[in-house]
Design a protein around this ligand. Structure first.
Ligand SMILES: C[S@@+](CC[C@H](N)C(=O)[O-])C[C@H]1O[C@@H](n2cnc3c(N)ncnc32)[C@H](O)[C@@H]1O
Length: 187
């Protein structure tokens, strides 16, 4: 399953263009005021690095993980272009054991693996933030996505019910459906 994912994403990223663009996602850039700009950040399924680079520019020390070596190479090239440092790991998140258990910020955009939720909750340090955004059940109206790949209504709220919810939205804009959260782990 995961080696197929690697091939699939390597193929998609194997073009000169940054297929996800070079600019960070709106949910990050429009909520910058909650980011203190220092500490360790983890970007889960970082892709070509647009969000990692944005966080590094804000002052975070960022580690990005992705199964696609081609995507990660593009992330490193973009980091070099912007003269910033990025730690990257090419790994299959299905099997990866996280050594580092104290991130001030964990982000994940456009990727869903429900087995990671408990690990994310464990990896965030007390007072730290989780920023998560991915497709929701509304997206099934506009795509051939499978139900297992999308969030149910309120699912992120349930996963982070012990956290303080700083921001949350469920959006159906007529082309896409997605949910986004910013949640803070209690001290
Ligand atoms: C839709 S892209 C999102 C990339 C990035 N978060 C963004 O929003 O630009 C999904 C990413 O998940 C990665 N991915 C898929 N399966 C994975 C796995 N098992 N382990 C690690 N990364 C995986 C892909 O390589 C791809 O970069």
């Amino acid at each position: 399953m995961s080696s197929k994912d690697k091939e699939k994403w390597n193929r998609k990223y194997g073009v000169d263009k940054y297929i996800g663009g070079k600019a960070a996602c709106d949910w990050l850039t429009s909520n910058t005021e909650v980011l203190t700009g220092n500490g360790q950040a983890l970007d889960i399924a970082m892709g070509e690095g647009r969000n990692s680079i944005y966080l590094a520019q804000l002052g975070f020390k960022v580690t990005g993980i992705d199964i696609s070596d081609v995507g990660v190479k593009k992330a490193q090239a973009l980091a070099e272009e912007k003269s910033i440092e990025l730690k990257t790991v090419v790994a299959d998140l299905d099997q990866y054991e996280f050594d580092e258990k104290s991130f001030d910020l964990v982000i994940c955009f456009n990727f869903l693996d429900r087995n990671l939720f408990p690990k994310i909750r464990e990896m965030v340090s007390p007072g730290g933030l989780v920023i998560y955004e991915t497709f929701s059940i509304d997206f099934l109206k506009y795509s051939s996505f499978k139900e297992e790949w999308v969030l149910g209504y309120g699912e992120l709220l349930k996963e982070f019910q012990e956290y303080r919810i700083l921001r949350y939205q469920e959006v159906d804009d007529g082309q896409k459906g997605f949910a986004s959260i910013i949640a803070q782990k209690p001290l």
